[in-house]
Each structure stands twice: as C-alpha cells, then as structure tokens.
Ligand binder design. Sequence first.
Ligand code: MN
Length: 287
Amino acid sequence: MRLVSFNGQRIGVLKDRRVVDVTGLAPGDDLQWPPVLMIRTIARFPDLAAKLAEVAKAEEGIPLSEVKLAAPVQWPNKVIAYPTNYDDHITEMRSSGRSDRLGFFLKANSSLCGPADPIVLPEIDGREVHHEAELAIVIGREGRHIAVADALSYVFGYTCLIDVTVRGSQERVMRKSFDTFCPIGPAIVTSDEIPDPDALDISLRVNGELRQNGNTRDMILGVAEMISLASSVSTLQPGDVIATGTPAGVGPLRDGDVVSMSIAGIGELTTHVVQGAGGSNKAFETR
Ligand code: MN
C-alpha cells in the first residue's frame, strides 16, 4: 500500500495517479496540532490495513494533480540520519569517517517538508548547499535494543528523502536542519511491497541531468543494521524516520533548480529550489 499525506494532514492511499481519501478511517482528525495523524495511523495500521485496502480498492479517488502532497510524516519523534554510508560518497568527500564507526546524527524534525514545498536556500556567503538522495525508512512500531535479525519487522515502509546540507565544518545538525532541508515522499510504500530494501536503484537528477546514481546494496550499514544500531541508543517510535546515507554525486543546488530523485519500486520525489532571505549566523563566518 502507498500512503500519502495531502492538503495538510489528510490521509490518502495512492493508486496509479489517483488518491483515495481515507481520512475518515484514521484515528483522529486532520486539523489536530501537532500534526500527527499519519503517525497515529501508522501505530494503528495492523488494525486498519484491511479496511484501508478495501476502501482504496472500491473508490475511484481524486487525480493526483488536484491535491497538494505534504510530507507523509510531519511531526515524528525523531529523524535519524546516517552519514558516509556509501564508499563512493566517502571517497568524493575525502572523508575519514564511516557510518559503521561514526553511528548516526539527528536532523531537526522541523526540516521536514513535502513534495509541493520548495527547498529554500539560506543566504550564507560562499557556501554550497548540496543534495543527498537517500532511502528513508519509516518505523512501524516501538522498539529498543532490536536485534539485526528482527529489525525488518519494525519497518512500516519506505520513501524517498533528500538530505539537504550546507557544506562546511560546522556541526552536521545545524548545517542539515534548516527549514525545508528534508523533503520526503511522495508516498510511504509499506514494507510488504519491498522485500529487499538493500538492493534498490536510487538516483537523483537536477534539471534533468543525472547527478547521483547508485544502489542500496552498496550501503556500508544495511537497513536492518541501521535500525538495530539506532535502537541501541534510542527507543524507536512509530513514524520515526531513518535517512540511510547517500551515494556519490552530491552537488550544489541553485535558485530555480528542479530536483527529482527516484528509488526503484518506491517512487519519484520531485521538488524545486528557491533562494530565501537570511539564515546565516556567526558560526558560519568560520570556514
Ligand atoms: Mn546524508
């Protein structure tokens, strides 16, 4: 099943290029704050799945072009991210770090945005802002100290994620946490449709030009290992997002760019880039 958030927090099932509105079956209302209706739906999914599938099959749905897609999860407990998880990206960054030795970092939840929201570039003198195309894991149920062998049973689904990053020496968390620096979507594809998440083609184009082209089989830590490692530190909650690192080919984004990433079997996330005002601070005065 492919789940989307649209027109705010409304919940939809995506079929072909149409969205079936299933908000009425979700456990809560779509105007609640904080916006956690999808997370509640994920937490209750084992009880809801059959009914959602039935309604999705019976109803025609609305054309995708008539809805505004939002981030499929908007207010997760956390966004975990693994740096330097592909050898070819480590080489291009001349990095000495590897995900299996560094572990993970966090990206501000408030950096999440949806396919319809532009990536807004901050004004920071002399800095590049790069795209990093990543497979995102969405957690389905609570867990701590999860064994690698059990880890995939904690996955709700997968989606596309762009880990937008200001290059520089400052803390990763600050460089990667600007508002709109974490586009995700368009849909969460439930894990039953993705039998092997460690063998997916992943690519990203800017204005039609191929920039990144990899496969998740080249990840240093695989999906199950990343879940297990993260859960050794933090209790994972339904709706938590894990960004799994990026293959080689990262590069600068500029005002007016159209960015499109795709993952085989999961979908295509297309967004655009605009130049914003402000966003620099004293820390960025140091190279
Ligand atoms: Mn990244």
